[in-house]
Design a protein around this ligand. Structure first.
Ligand SMILES: Nc1ncnc2c1ncn2[C@@H]1O[C@H](COP(=O)(O)OP(=O)(O)OP(=O)(O)O)[C@@H](O)[C@H]1O
Length: 305
C-alpha cells in the first residue's frame, strides 16, 4: 500500500472536566490517501476540532498516534508541521503587519526566504493583490480569512487542512476559495476539509468520514454514500403542523418540509396521511437523497440507545 498522506492510528482524547473525564475521541483510525480530498463531517461537539488540533501538534492525543507522510506529529514535529498547511477557524493576526509582511513572516517561520513570486501568486488567486500593502487591522473579516488561507499555503505544503473555512463568509470568497483549493488538489495536494456546509462537501470531496461522539461512523466514497441512500425525499411547503407520525421523521426548515420515502408507494402513503390530517401542502417535489439526508440519517441512527 502506498504511504498515507495522513494516518490517524487509534487516536483517543480524554479531557478532564469538572464532571470527570470526558472522552472526546474514541480510537479514531483513518488514513487519508495522497492526493485525495477528504471531508470530515460531524455535528457540533463530535470531535473534529480536537482531531485537527492533534494533527497540527497543538494538542496531544491521550493514546494512539498520527503520522504525516510517515512523520509522527509528536516525535517528528518539525517534519510533520512542514508538510501541513492549516487554515484555522479563528481569525488571529498581528494587526500591525501588512498582508505581505504577514505572509513573509510566516515564510520565515518555515525557514523560507525569497518566495515573493509564490506570495504574489497566492495574493492573485485569493483576490488579495490590491490589499497586499494594507494593514491587517484595516481588512474586513472575509479578507482576513483569505489571508489565513494564503498564510497556510505560503510554504507550499503537500497537505492542506481546512477547518470550517467558509463559516460566515460570502459567496464570492467561497467561489474564489474553492476554485483555488480544487486546482491545488488537482495539482496533487491532499486536502482535509471540515465543514457544516454539506453541499460543499458533496460537491468537492472524493471521500467522506463522519464523526459522531468521537467515533468514525461512516467512511465511504461520496458517490457510494449517495448511491447507498436509495431513498427519495418528498418535499413540500406548508404552514400547518404535521401529524405526530410524520413529524418524527421530517426535516422542517421554516415552511419547507422534507420526508424520506423509500419507494414510490411510500410517497402515495405520505400524501394520503397528510390529506387525512387536513394538512394543506404546496410546491410538492420528489428528489433524490443528498449528502445532508445521508448525514441526518446516519447521525440519527441509534439515537435512542
Ligand atoms: N479543552 C477541553 N476541555 C474539555 N472538553 C473539551 C475541550 N475541548 C473540547 N472539549 C469537548 O470535546 C468535544 C469535542 O469537541 P470538538 O471541539 O473537537 O468538536 P467539533 O466536532 O469540532 O465541534 P464543532 O463542530 O462545534 O466545532 C465537545 O464535547 C467539547 O465540549
Amino acid at each position: 500500500m502506498p504511504q498515507a498522506a495522513v494516518s490517524f492510528q487509534s487516536v483517543s482524547k480524554t479531557y478532564a472536566t469538572p464532571a470527570g473525564p470526558f472522552k472526546a475521541l474514541d480510537e479514531v483510525s483513518l488514513d487519508i490517501r495522497q492526493g485525495e480530498f477528504l471531508g470530515l463531517l460531524g455535528p457540533n461537539g463530535a470531535g473534529k476540532t480536537s482531531l485537527i488540533a492533534i494533527l497540527a501538534g497543538l494538542a496531544r492525543a491521550s493514546s494512539g498516534k498520527v503520522l504525516v507522510q510517515g512523520f509522527d506529529v509528536q516525535k517528528d514535529y518539525a517534519q510533520a508541521r512542514q508538510r501541513l498547511g492549516i487554515v484555522p477557524q479563528e481569525l488571529a493576526f498581528d494587526p500591525f503587519f501588512s498582508v505581505r509582511e504577514a505572509l513573509q513572516f510566516q515564510s520565515g517561520y518555515f525557514g523560507i526566504r525569497h518566495n515573493d513570486a509564490w506570495i504574489d501568486e497566492l495574493l492573485h488567486h485569493l483576490g488579495l493583490t490590491d490589499k497586499a500593502n494594507h494593514n491587517m487591522r484595516q481588512l474586513s473579516g472575509g479578507m482576513k480569512r483569505r489571508v489565513l488561507v494564503a498564510q497556510a499555503l505560503v510554504h507550499k505544503p503537500p497537505i492542506i487542512v481546512l477547518d470550517e473555512p467558509t463559516a460566515g463568509v460570502d459567496v464570492e470568497l467561497r467561489q474564489t476559495l474553492w476554485h483555488f483549493i480544487d486546482r491545488l488538489n488537482r495539482e496533487g495536494h491532499t486536502v482535509l476539509l471540515t465543514t457544516h456546509y454539506l453541499e460543499e462537501a458533496e460537491a468537492l470531496c472524493h471521500r467522506i468520514a463522519m464523526l459522531k461522539r468521537g467515533r468514525i461512523v461512516a467512511l465511504e466514497d461520496t458517490t457510494t454514500l449517495l448511491s447507498a441512500a436509495s431513498h427519495s425525499v418528498l418535499q413540500f411547503k406548508t404552514d400547518q403542523a404535521l401529524p405526530e407520525a410524520l413529524a418524527s421523521k421530517a426535516r422542517v426548515t421554516g415552511r419547507v418540509v422534507q420526508i424520506p420515502a423509500k419507494e414510490a408507494g411510500d410517497v402515495e402513503a405520505l400524501l394520503t396521511q397528510l390529506r387525512e390530517a387536513g394538512v394543506q401542502v404546496q410546491d410538492i417535489e420528489i428528489r433524490r437523497a443528498d449528502l445532508e439526508d445521508v448525514f441526518v440519517s446516519i447521525m440519527g441512527e441509534g439515537q435512542s440507545e
